[in-house]
Design a protein around this ligand. Structure first.
Ligand code: HEM
Length: 469
């Protein structure tokens, strides 16, 4: 099988900082070597697949407990500290058990629809915050670095669901425990890269290059610690009610605690890993959506007109309203096609497979190149253009699976937080457009994407939020 050799990869990744251009390298290698190729990294190798049908074939052939990648370093940290694995780091029976439990609570749109009220309270705070930031701006309209705002929104939103409590991220004076929490998330932000380096350095080399492993453990310590504080607070609260003989009902954490299907350590691990997975992913997507809308005012106007026609100018939407505005859903799909937060995904084959005419033995690490397939002409005509309507058929959303763009993955190991992320993003985009026309300002620059574990804006995005009349 063709593909880049070890030396070329070392130069590309370590010398030319390829870790921040993984999405571009995917495309470059696909052009050079074809839609299936093998990259060599010393004794290890990865088979990359950048073809929609081959990706579909691999994912449709999955067994009951697919493996994404070698999570050795994550599992080693957990063993070291006596912690449990969560959904991201677990494998086999352990993963199946936890996935079964969480699947019942948050996988379907109707499971998360009940969180509309909580999310809308967070949105109300975000909109207040935008008015405050505008009032402090030189031109009375520009919000600088919108990702900072969306980061706080995503963290507050997902914490509201995961911890069943508010953190105060969107308040003018953020409470100290939340500041500490945001710091811990800052550590988390560099996690993907740290984890890449930590995982890449073999154990015997650690005494000579100790920093990556040390930082890796330090970031996890911070994440677990903060998550545990908030989980414990909630659990104490539940316990108090139970001790007083009161009946207890609530959201995700309450259900997990009451059902006792997961141990306390498994709850900590899953809440920690879900928070890790649920903040930057959502905030980057929101930043890109707003960026695209500002640069394409005609698209923004069409989406706004649909919202006003089908929901009204000020109606606060709930999950039940989202299907009435198919263009908002199409806008999210198109944003994630152009900027898939996870530009690639992994699978370790659990059986021998024949893909693209090649025999892929069991145990091979595959890289599914979602960024490359999202930009392939044959999957999406005029792929560089931002055209949300490409996802619509006769005015409603096209439900046909398109393996060219599967930003949440596919199948039994797909994103468990997809419906939470969609709810947070749909409800916020509707209300943002009801309140403001989003425009570029004189400070707004073209922002390229860069990979930092996730595909993220390569610079700050500044936007004007002009009040609707
Ligand atoms: C725009 C937002 C998001 C995107 C694009 C996204 C994307 C993804 C992708 C591509 C995967 C891998 C799927 C696969 O291997 O097939 C994944 C896994 C996962 N995501 Fe998300 N995600 C988002 C938001 C969230 C949120 C809000 C949460 C939690 C509340 C979350 C929790 C998880 C977890 C726990 C996994 C691992 C699932 C498992 O291995 O069973 N994600 N996500």
């Amino acid at each position: 099988m063709p593909g880049p050799r070890t030396l070329a990869n070392l130069v590309e990744f370590f010398w030319k900082d390829g870790f921040s251009r993984i999405h571009e390298i995917q495309q470059k290698h696909t052009q050079e070597y074809g839609k299936i190729f093998k990259s060599h990294f010393g004794l290890q190798s990865v088979v990359s697949i950048a073809d929609r049908d081959m990706v579909a074939q691999v994912l449709r052939a999955e067994g009951a407990a697919p493996q994404r990648a070698d999570m050795g370093s994550w599992q080693e940290y957990r063993q070291l500290r006596g912690r449990s694995t969560g959904l991201i780091s677990a494998e086999g029976e352990q993963w199946l058990k936890m996935r079964r439990v969480l699947r019942q609570r948050i996988l379907k749109p109707r499971d998360v629809a009940i969180f509309s009220g909580e999310i809308n309270q967070v949105i109300a705070d975000l909109i207040k915050r935008i008015y405050i930031l505008k009032s402090q701006a030189e031109d009375g309209e520009t919000v600088t670095n919108v990702n900072d705002l969306f980061f706080k929104y995503s963290m507050e939103g997902v914490a509201t669901i995961l911890y069943e409590s508010r953190l105060g991220c969107l308040e003018t004076s953020v409470p100290q425990p939340t500041v500490d929490y945001i710091e811990a998330l800052g550590l988390m932000f560099s996690m993907f890269k740290t984890s890449m380096y930590a995982g890449a350095i073999p154990r015997w080399l650690r005494p000579f290059i100790p920093k990556p492993w040390r930082e890796f453990c330090r970031s996890w310590d911070g994440l677990f610690k903060f998550s545990q504080i908030h989980v414990d607070n909630k659990l104490r609260d539940i316990q108090c009610h139970m001790d007083r003989g009161e009946s207890v009902s609530g959201g995700l954490l309450t259900c997990l605690f009451l059902s006792q299907e997961l141990t306390l350590e498994e709850i900590y691990a899953n809440i920690t890993e879900m928070l890790l997975a649920g903040v930057d992913t959502t905030s980057f997507t929101l930043s890109w959506a707003v960026y695209l809308l500002a640069w394409h005012p005609e698209v923004q106007q069409t989406v706004y007109r649909e919202i006003v026609k089908n929901l009204g100018e000020r109606h606060v939407p709930t999950a039940a309203d989202v299907p009435k505005v198919p263009l908002v859903r199409a806008l999210l799909k198109e944003t994630l096609r152009l900027f898939p937060v996870l530009p690639g995904n992994g699978r370790v084959t659990q059986e021998d497979l024949v893909v693209g005419g090649y025999l892929i033995p069991k145990g091979t690490q595959l890289a599914l190149c979602h960024y490359a397939t999202s930009y392939a002409d044959e999957n999406f005509p005029r792929p560089r253009e931002f055209r949300p309507e490409r996802w619509l058929r006769k005015g409603s959303l096209d439900r046909v699976d398109n393996f060219g763009s599967i930003p949440f993955g596919y199948g039994v190991r797909s994103c468990i937080g997809q419906r939470i992320a969609e709810l947070e993003i749909h409800l916020l985009l509707i209300q943002l457009l009801q309140h403001f026309e989003i425009k570029t300002s004189s400070w707004t620059k073209a922002v390229p994407a860069k990979t930092h574990g996730l595909l993220m804006p390569g610079g700050p995005i500044h936007m004007r939020f002009v009040n609707r009349k």
